[in-house]
Write a protein of this length. Structure first.
Length: 164
């Protein structure tokens, strides 16, 4: 087993305040989707602010929410993202969030046991925006293997088109 874990961060620009009727469908599903993640095979950790989610953390702006989690490996994250009820929520994202011009999600490897910080996540997202996918910060479409893999840092693709 690898000594590294896969981190994902995604941010979303809200179309309305979290307590508005426009975001009720999103807010009403937060606990259920977070519980689904936590009970998924390969889940390691997720960022939380005040309460059971990270919606109170506004590192990227007052109208931008954050989701960050750590997974055992790419297969575990891929399964959660593409093959669970999480897909139904992704399909509705345009109801609640504005399109973002810049990259709004990225992936990177950390040593097992490391809990990434928001500052680290911001640096990785900025790196992706400036340099495109690299072994330091990448996407589902162009990912890189863990530093201790037999083909360390080799590019690969999740080979799944997002069903959302």
């Amino acid at each position: 087993m690898s000594g590294y874990r896969l981190v994902q961060i995604n941010i979303a620009k809200l179309k309305a305040p979290l307590d508005s009727p426009e975001l009720k469908g999103f807010v009403d599903n937060l606990d259920r989707i977070n519980e689904l993640a936590e009970s998924s095979e390969g889940f390691v950790w997720r960022l939380k602010g005040d309460g059971n989610d990270a919606t109170s953390l506004r590192h990227f702006g007052d109208d931008v929410i954050i989701n960050m989690s750590v997974w055992r490996d790419a297969d575990a994250l891929r399964h959660y993202v593409y093959q669970t009820p999480h897909v139904a929520i992704m399909k509705r994202r345009r109801e609640w969030f504005s399109r973002m011009v810049e990259a709004y999600m990225c992936l990177w490897w950390v040593p097992a046991g490391h809990e990434p910080t928001l500052a680290e996540a911001a640096q990785r997202l900025d790196h992706l925006r400036q340099h495109g996918p690299t072994a330091e910060s990448f996407t589902f479409g162009e990912a890189f293997s863990a530093p201790d893999a037999p083909t360390a840092g080799a590019a690969f693709s999740f080979k799944d088109s997002c069903p959302a």
